[in-house]
Write a protein that binds this ligand. Structure first.
Ligand code: ADP
Ligand code: ZN
Ligand code: ZN
Length: 752
């Protein structure tokens, strides 16, 4: 029994860097929660003048000593027992994240909460209202006029226990719930409203699955397997890059390693870019390891995730497969963390604090339990490959395809010559158009790839194919018609738009950008009989709605698929024999230093789409700058050619991995105010970066963010480069200590 009062030191879950401190609250020893409260407990506390009930986490517990406090302490509000208490290992990890990513403690803690225990939601569960036979006869009849309705009924038949409406919308790829409503109204589908705790929604729906046949490892695989297993068994933290060409059989290596790990009582984590786009990986793992697998992805409801986490926490599930945030799952006895497609940008948390990458957190976790981190990729990120080259991490290569299918042939089409053919308005040259028509006539499928929208405003010289770039950053500048200026969104550098190309003297420039919609339209006009599917941010309003589009394409419903880079990932399309890339230049010329790397990865990946099946595939790439190394290396799958060129550029321009880099983004509704404030902060930051000691520190800005205005808020950036992350963190801390003002301006800190 506790005699005196006790004090809980808490961190608020929602805070800002300036107010991110441990606040003291009294624990009422009369209360029924007093004996349950401990370090790691979630509570609510009355905060501020209005004593608003605010979520918080108990960081420390101590005896109350009146003399240490000059003011009267408030009492803790409630104890939130439905959120599992965080253990010391998790708290330690949260603290490291807080320090390393310069986020608040609350930001770090929120990563570890699987479900929002502060509120209970209700969910709609759908199931077939009629018997299986009756439902099937409806599907076979003419009663349904909409393909979505057919797909919904089929999905519900596959899942007799019922699935949530949200899942149905996501899996089928619906843009609204009108098809569901119709089915309910007609009495074919039944809807029950249940609380999130209902076990039916904790159940992962089945997709059409293939069976898995294990393979005898080939020599290369065997070598990698033995090497990695030895690392794991030596029970020390280590990292290894598994660099294997597409189809080299990395998955098989992962699975055999994991089989070994769980036999020895350990557990494993496999991170994948996006579950919905890598169904094969999930299928293989569940086929092989059955109920030892827990699958975590962004479509899970809070309660579903909670159940999966519970299975993981209790050791029932020994293998976690999931997207980025799965790295926070409470795995016990973690021996190995595999990050598949290591280079993928989805591993980076872009929209919310902390801006972590899965790999950085994986390393922190692995160090805690002496586990091994494996990075798997056919096109490793430059940073990871550089670490392997400089012997910071181990390296294993798989150079041959395990299934010996041929790689597709790849052709680069020089648009400088072809520009005038096929009419000014066409986005595709005549040769590409002919190939698409020919492929259609032969009964094969075509994928047409258009880079993602919104990168308009770049100026490309049609004479030499070069894009006008910033002298300091080598990043494409953006044209502002109003002032007739080119602006670099990285460093803020600006010039009047030149009349002539500085490279070749030509006077014709192209500022056009093309969208998926235009291309789809053109293709439809070209082949009126073809069914053309389009996939981009517009057509996939539901978060994972593209799964529906992809499976419709895979089923052969359409002959042509037009899309953004979403279509480059995962998924086997056996019927696809032609892949076209329309605007390779804009891919290579996105406004940041990673553009070349991403373009290379994409060319390699997209090329891998064609000819997965028995038929030989072809890849056509339209480009102006046909000698650019991301293109030449990507089209031939030559990783070393790309890396050798890219690493020189990075070193010369002082970009990662040769420096640490951080962007501070200021945003607010009044453009001028945000700019003025940003400028003032830059001045303070500069004064905090003491010259002499911090010689290698560069402070750049204020520069407009690439996305000038988002949600009515204007964005201005300051970029800091230094030779170590530690240095940047120090400058940031000093700045936060003296920073003032900035009401209504939010600050966002992001490391590269
Ligand atoms: P990666 O992930 O490296 O691109 P996958 O793991 O998808 O490659 O393997 C490509 C194909 O090769 C798969 O169809 C897989 O079943 C097959 N495969 C893997 N290992 C072997 C092996 N040792 N022998 C024969 N086929 C294999
Ligand atoms: Zn030129
Ligand atoms: Zn610049």
């Amino acid at each position: 029994m506790r005699q005196s009062n006790i004090v809980a030191g808490v961190y608020l879950l929602q805070s800002t860097n300036e107010f991110d401190i441990e606040y003291s609250y009294l624990v009422n020893i009369e209360s029924d929660y007093a004996h349950k409260i401990r370090r790691g407990s979630f509570v609510t506390v009355p905060f501020g003048i209005g004593n608003k009930s605010t979520p918080a986490l108990v960081w420390s517990i101590s005896e109350y000593d009146e003399s240490t406090y000059q003011y009267k302490l408030k009492y803790i509000g409630e104890l939130c027992e439905n959120i599992p208490v965080m253990d010391d290992e998790q708290l330690d990890l949260a603290w490291q994240i807080h320090k390393y990513f310069f986020c608040t403690v609350g930001d770090a803690i929120r990563c570890f909460i699987s479900k929002d225990g502060y509120k209970q939601k209700s969910v709609k569960i759908l199931s077939c209202a009629l018997s299986e036979q009756e439902t099937q006869s409806i599907i076979d009849s003419n009663k349904l006029r909409n393909i979505n309705q057919v797909n919904i009924l089929k999905l519900l038949m596959d899942n007799p226990r019922g699935i949530s409406a949200k899942e149905v919308i996501n899996i089928i790829g619906l843009s609204s719930d009108s098809a569901i409503k119709t089915l309910i109204k007609r009495g074919f589908v039944q809807a029950d409203t249940v609380l999130e705790s209902d076990e039916r929604i904790h159940y992962t729906p089945t997709y059409k699955m293939t069976t898995y046949t294990p393979h005898q490892l080939n020599r290369e695989q065997e070598k990698a397997y033995n090497f990695i297993l030895k690392l794991i068994n030596s029970n020390k933290f280590a990292e290894c890059l598994l660099h294997g060409v597409t189809g080299s059989g990395k998955t098989e290596v992962y699975m055999q390693i994991i089989a070994n790990v769980i036999n020895n009582g350990g557990s494993a984590m496999v991170l994948v870019p996006e579950i919905a786009l890598t169904p094969q990986m999930i299928t293989h793992f569940t086929a092989r390891f059955d109920d030892k697998v827990a699958v975590l992805h962004s479509r899970l409801t809070d309660a579903q995730r909670g159940t999966q986490w519970q299975r993981i926490r209790t050791g029932q599930a020994k293998i976690v497969i999931g997207t980025r945030s799965a790295i926070f799952a409470p795995a016990v006895n973690l021996s190995v963390i595999i990050i598949d497609e290591e280079h993928d940008s989805s591993y980076r948390s872009e929209d919310s604090n902390p801006h972590y990458t899965a790999a950085e957190v994986a390393v922190m976790r692995a160090k805690q339990t002496n586990a091994v981190v494996i990075y798997g990729s056919a096109t490793p990120s430059v940073a990871t490959f550089h670490r392997a080259v400089t012997h910071k991490i181990y390296y294993m290569g798989l150079k041959n395809r395990a299934n010996s299918k041929p790689l597709p042939e790849c052709y680069i089409m020089d648009m400088r010559q072809k520009r005038m053919q096929g009419g000014q308005s066409s986005l595709m040259c005549q040769e590409m158009r002919n190939e698409i028509i020919k492929n259609y006539c032969q009964g094969n499928q075509t994928i047409v790839f258009v880079h993602r929208r919104g990168y308009s405003g770049q100026v490309l010289c049609t004479g030499c194919g070069k894009t006008l770039k910033c002298r300091q950053c080598s990043i494409p500048m953006t044209y502002h018609a109003g002032s007739n200026r080119l602006v670099c969104h990285y460093c803020g550098n600006t010039i009047i738009r030149p009349d002539k190309c500085p490279e070749c003297g030509s006077e014709t420039f192209d500022t056009r950008s093309s969208g998926t919609e235009r291309v789809a339209e053109e293709l439809q006009n070209m082949i009126p009989d073809a069914k053309v599917l389009r996939m981009d941010a517009d057509t996939t309003a539901a978060k994972d709605g593209h799964v529906g589009i992809l499976s419709r394409f895979a089923s052969g419903e359409a002959q042509i698929l037009v899309g953004t880079q979403m279509i480059a990932k995962g998924h086997d399309f056996p019927g696809v024999t032609l892949v076209c890339i329309i605007n390779a230049d804009s891919l290579m010329n996105m406004q940041d230093y990673m553009a070349g790397e991403r373009a290379f990865q994409l060319f390699t990946q997209v090329s891998g789409r064609a000819g997965r099946a028995q038929k030989q595939g072809r890849v056509l790439i339209q480009a102006y700058d046909i000698d650019a190394y991301p293109l030449t290396a990507g089209s031939t799958g030559n990783y070393m050619e790309f890396y050798r060129n890219e690493i020189i550029l990075r070193e010369n321009l002082y970009f990662p991995p040769f420096c640490a880099m951080c962007t501070i983004r200021f945003s607010g509704e009044d453009d001028k105010k945000v700019f003025v404030y940003t400028k003032a902060q830059l001045k303070i930051l500069k004064s905090q970066a003491i010259t002499g000691e911090d010689q290698d520190v560069l402070l750049l800005g204020p520069a407009r963010d690439f996305a000038v205005r988002i949600n009515n808020k204007y964005r201005w950036n300051i970029t800091i480069k230094a030779d170590s992350r530690e240095k940047i963190l120090q400058i940031l801390q000093r700045w936060i200590n003296v920073k003032k003002g900035g009401n209504n301006i939010s600050v966002n800190i992001k490391f590269e």
